[in-house]
Design a protein around this ligand. Sequence first.
Ligand SMILES: Nc1ncnc2c1ncn2[C@@H]1O[C@H](COP(=O)(O)OP(=O)(O)OP(=O)(O)O)[C@@H](O)[C@H]1O
Length: 588
Amino acid sequence: MFLMSCCYFFWKQVAGEHKFHPDCFVCSKCQAYIGDGDSYALVERSKLYCGPCYKKVVVLQTEKSSPKKKKKKQAHTVQLINIPPTPEGQKRFSLSLEEKQAKESSSSEDVPVAAQGKSICISDLETTPETVSLQVGDRILEVNGTPVTDHNISEIDRILSQRTSQLRITVEHGPSSNPVPDVCGIFSSRSSSEESNSPSSSNEPEFPSINNNVQASLSDCSPSSGERGRLGVFNYERRHMKLDRHGSAPKVRNNYPVMCSPTSPLSRTQSYRVSKNQRIFRPADLIKGEVLGQGFFGKAVKVTHRYTGEVMVIKELVRYSDSAQRDFLKEVKVLRSLDHYHVLKFIGVLYRDKRLNLVTEFVGGGTLENIISDLDKPFPWLQRINAARDIASGMSYLHSMGIIHRDLNSNNCLVRDDGSVVVADFGLARVFIDENDSRCPNSFGPGRDKHKPAGRKKRYTMVGTAFWMAPEMLKGKDYNERVDVFSFGIVMCELIGRVSACPDDLPRSGDFGLDEVPFMAQCCDTCPKTFHQIMLMCVRMDSDERPSFDELDQRLSSFSLHFERLSPRAKDLESYHISPTEDPPPKT
Ligand SMILES: Nc1ncnc2c1ncn2[C@@H]1O[C@H](COP(=O)(O)OP(=O)(O)OP(=O)(O)O)[C@@H](O)[C@H]1O
């Protein structure tokens, strides 16, 4: 009873035999989410319309284009039709059993239709405004959300005769024997505009002005122009990209509807498996709590499940634009496929006012940036090393899944109450699988070889938060997943120096790298040597020389163990603010 009242459903929307992720159950015309019980039509197994758009786009257009010849060739359509009750409770159509395939089978009115290899079809129809979408010959798939296959024709006839309440019937018109194609957005092909390797064929001019600004600032601020020049790069960007001190607003977002590579080897069944834990919540299930924070496009709100008491977070869009909507959907799609302790856990989705909201785990300890900047609270080295290790572990998993985060920063790393850190915010993430790249095997998932070299660099869009962006991305060059390693290096700098990533606090070079000498002098006096050496590897200008996250995870894990076991001396030194010039000596 308790469980029943929790009232959530598992992950999918079904149109006939076609299964969709709930967030893909969107009208291709008006982009509205089609909720449970809303009328819809799936035309030729690929184009999904809400009821009103189907009428406008398909029915009226067909009538306009061929008013005389009523129907030439019937398009395959699966349609959910809501038929209002009739005052007199009259039935407007009658049913018959028809062979599904041309084969002999015994027929009995009392045997379920599936057992007979037959389907229930409309054999006679009185056309009224309510039944205008029905045709003689339509196969009935569901009545009031229940598949007809397990019932016999007289049961279905009885339900359809009860016309004093609204009827919801799902019907199929047109040929039924075609194979079921992949209809869900996550598997559909997409424009390859973002992936071109050749600059000339690239469709990049998404942010020409920003790219130009960066180029201009580069020429203004040669490395030799010293301190003024170094800050000039970022001041320039701050003016033009509206950077704030915390780098929270200056997101650069692309406009491409990207998620899966067209070559993605995911099969529908795989996707169902990874998605089966997606829950769909109703607004009434969740009690809203405090607003945890608001980014440029989205707002995160703490919620409690009315019946289970689970505390979760809903993320909703506050600014609507096509690209924000696409980024948001992408975040849902990316998160849904992930499962790792150091990656924000996706729980499900919530529909409200035809809009999709993301439901995730609640991470109680705030952002890593909050902890770094709260100088009143101690932040022991072991905790900082473990924070870096956790991020490297989550990022190693993401890269093994073929995902570049592209917006890794200390605001997007959340800290649990037990001090562990999770990587969040996948609105700008993208998939970098490439089947033509021999170093990048055509497998998408945990089986991928984590030890392989970096993926081939490609001309992607410049996105992310500027202070953490890799130099190659800021310069508009081709890049690969190692841009995330540079961002991680900047997060390590923040951890080491307990400084913000703003160039006023974190010395940067004119070519968007780290200005190592002043940074080491200002910020590294008590830092364990191994820790800052790892950081230096991450911020190398040449992305090929940066380590992979897998390597970073291993190094940081063993360094954390080493530090924990052998560091009483280091801990003592730290409490007296004396620099442990070397890492703790190995135990003998
Ligand atoms: N799952 C969560 N648990 C706890 N706090 C969260 C969670 N998700 C987000 N927050 C808090 O809400 C704030 C806003 O998050 P949100 O993801 O909406 O925006 P953002 O990442 O800051 O910016 P943008 O939407 O522009 O990427 C975060 O900085 C964080 O403090």
